[in-house]
Ligand binder design. Sequence first.
Ligand SMILES: Nc1ncnc2c1ncn2[C@@H]1O[C@H](COP(=O)(O)OP(=O)(O)OP(=O)(O)O)[C@@H](O)[C@H]1O
Ligand SMILES: [Mg+2]
Length: 354
Amino acid sequence: MHQGRSSALEEDSGARPPCQLTAEGVPPTLRAGALRRHGGRGDPHAPPVRARGLVKRYREVLAVDHIDLNVLNSEIYGFLGPNGAGKTTTLRMALGLIRPTEGVVELFGRDPMREGAAALRGVAGFVEAPRFYPYLTGRKNLELLAALDGGEAHRRIDAALETVELSTRAKHRVGGYSHGMRQRLGIAAALLRAPRLLILDEPATGLDPAGMRDMRVLIKRLASEGITVLLSSHLLSEVEELCDRVAIVKEGRVAYEGALADLRSEAGHSYRVRSSDNDLAAVVAATIPGVEVAGRGERALTVRASEPQIAELSLALGRAGVAIVALTPEQATLEDLFFRLTEDGGRATLPEAA
Ligand SMILES: Nc1ncnc2c1ncn2[C@@H]1O[C@H](COP(=O)(O)OP(=O)(O)OP(=O)(O)O)[C@@H](O)[C@H]1O
Ligand SMILES: [Mg+2]
């Protein structure tokens, strides 16, 4: 896997991205010997990722604007935001690929800017897309990476290929791999390091629905084995099934960090109420504390309410002589809230960040 020289890497710390090779070779700080000399796997009690006041400025572009993140042990943490929100830039800083303009990010209590390779021990992943030598086979690419990592890495190749279901294609050149296969090979490359923390930038982007499902299954499996996963995505639906906690970023700032369940309860539930008298139903709904009439069509109302409140509404409608024809829960509220958080005016409607 090679990381071509890009402008983002020009001011590098000298740290090789975990599981990404540079075409020019590996900086001395990251050679296997250097890794072994540093020893240790960080503070076992420190969180896998802790970012404080992280800023990245590219001339007049403020890509990341004082981001705080808290990734806890053994969780799958979603880093969500629309295109250009600053996800990749933040993950690059977390992986020690680029230097923050301000602020600090620690991996298991260690700062890659200060501690170089030692901070990246037990950490693996890729940003944007894993890159490989296309004219070499999948296995050969992994062998090169294993040689750079040294230690036990070489002995993990077969198991890593097995885990990502590429054993039968390992003897084929990477140039002929599909997008999904390359993504999976990227994860195999990360697994050579026996990571405790996996950082994945949009691992499912560009995959078809079956590929996305396979990726979710794989990530869940890795997490069930105790690996902490930090993954970015621009799709809420993609992380909803995987992540308990998320950070939602917008224009370089965290609009929300916390449990998806809290966000969901903040969003409230919404229901579509079709009744025998839509106008009277709207009047009755307005009299019940906590019930909000969010929309009013010709034949139905959309109300936002908790479950007990919706039960109260149904009784009140009965007392008022309004017959309920259909009462349908609507699922879209979390998605709505995500859009509210990431589109114009989002920050005004925020729940308190955890
Ligand atoms: N090397 C760079 N030089 C100049 N500007 C950059 C550089 N890298 C990122 N940016 C800018 O920083 C902002 C955030 O970019 P970033 O790639 O982090 O967003 P993202 O959330 O990963 O978006 P996407 O979902 O499209 O991948 C963008 O405005 C981008 O143009
Ligand atoms: Mg990105």
